[in-house]
Ligand binder design. Structure first.
Ligand code: ARG
Length: 399
């Protein structure tokens, strides 16, 4: 019998998918679930997959790999799509695709399958990555074709012994991992309506946050966070801690209009406390250690990097080319950044670095300054030269 490797979350959609593939393709299903920090009970997911008659189930703790190979590059690139979205879902998809392809090769499967819809970005991210790693593999996306409504899915589930989740009345579609939580559907599809409070789980409403501010000091080494408040910390623990602390202060709620890859505009709501804090701190430190030219150019590189990742092109060679530039800047991004969290607001209030380009003697307005202000006169004369000339010519043209 042929074998199909399925990306399995344990939810209703992928459970229906599992049974549907067994029946429709007359195939054995090998299910795969990754722990990317979504805080799901993976043993329960495995038990569910096995109860639905999979040939084999893979439960993979991919948190370390997710952080080192996907989240760290995103921090170095200040990865935000359309200046807002920290790419949390987008970063996990190439890792899921990589695992699907690896397992399909190991098991001699002929196809992989996923539960993405035909409207989103995730189908593109998974398929482009799988087919770049393993061109012989077929990729099945049954949800794009089967046209089942929610009610039909539930009916199919009942008929096939699939347990119906208790929270079926929740209107939201959720995707979460260490780097953030995405919430879609329900009232959120009306961009003029404020997201209802029940959409949020990781953050308190800012007005209910503590009345006293809290400070966090983040230590960065070569562009990535390695310590918190004076203590060295492993990256998973560090990100989880910042998620908890910043979430408690109502930080990291994101609500914006996003251009999906396939052209649809959508209203997207996220909770990304740690990503929001860490990227803000990282960007601030870059301003201190990079020259103006490096910083300006890097902002363009960062935007291009985020665009590639968002649009499913993790395997595009340009990403590595951009990362070669980014890496060469990050050797300077060492130091500490102090942020102040208070009722939904996040502010960098201090920074220091052994690579700092800030020179007190140049900047100060005190007597100790070494800067010769008279030099500015000649500088202004030359800096403004082309602008002055073009304005003279413009006025002449008018007379
Ligand atoms: N718009 C986000 C992205 O494309 C999140 C998509 C997945 N979200 C979900 N709730 N299923 O990366």
């Amino acid at each position: 019998m042929k074998k199909i490797v399925l990306a399995y979350s344990g939810g209703l959609d992928t459970s229906v998918l599992l049974k549907w593939i067994q029946q429709k393709y007359d195939a054995e299903v090998i299910s795969v679930t990754l722990d990317v920090g979504q805080k799901e009970d993976l043993d329960a997911v495995q038990a569910k997959a096995e109860s639905l008659g999979v040939l084999k189930h893979y439960s993979i703790d991919a948190r370390e790999e997710f952080v080192k190979d996907y989240v760290f590059p995103a921090i170095k690139a200040n990865g935000l799509y359309q200046e807002k979205y920290p790419l949390s879902t987008a970063l996990s998809r190439p890792l899921i695709a990589l695992k699907l392809a690896e397992i399909a090769e190991r098991e001699g499967a002929e196809a992989v399958a996923h539960g993405c819809t035909g409207k989103g970005n995730d189908q593109v991210r998974i398929e482009v990555t799988v087919r770049s790693i393993s061109p012989r593999l077929k990729v099945l996306a049954p949800i794009r074709e089967w046209g089942m409504t929610r009610d039909e899915e539930i009916e199919f589930a009942r008929a096939n012994g699939i347990p119906i989740p208790a929270d079926l009345d929740k209107p939201y579609s959720i995707d979460q991992n260490l780097w953030g939580r995405s919430i879609e559907c329900g009232l959120l599809e009306h961009p003029d309506v404020e997201p209802p409070e029940d959409a949020f789980e990781w953050t308190v409403p800012p007005e209910k946050a503590p009345d006293t501010p809290q400070y966090l000091t983040l230590k960065f080494e070569d562009g990535v966070p390695t310590g918190l408040n004076g203590e060295e910390m492993e990256p998973i623990e560090l990100i989880e801690t910042v998620n908890n602390v910043a979430g408690m202060h109502g930080i990291g709620r994101i609500d914006h209009i996003e251009d999906r890859l396939i052209g649809i505009k959508s209203r997207e709501v996220y909770e990304c406390p740690a990503a929001t804090v860490i990227i803000e701190a990282h960007k601030d430190l870059e301003k201190m250690v990079l020259t103006r030219h490096e910083y300006q150019f890097k902002r363009q590189v960062d935007a291009q990097w985020a665009f590639l990742v968002y649009t499913g092109l993790w395997m595009e060679p340009l990403r590595e080319d951009l990362e070669a530039f980014i890496e060469s800047t990050q050797t300077k991004v060492n130091g500490e950044v102090k942020v102040k969290l208070f009722k939904g607001s996040l502010r960098v209030v201090g920074r220091s670095s052994p690579r700092s380009l800030y020179d007190f003697k140049l900047a100060t307005y005190d007597r100790e300054t070494t800067f010769d202000q008279k030099l500015s006169e000649g500088f202004i004369e030359l800096w403004g030269l082309p602008t002055r000339i073009s304005n003279i010519i413009k006025r002449k043209g008018k007379s």
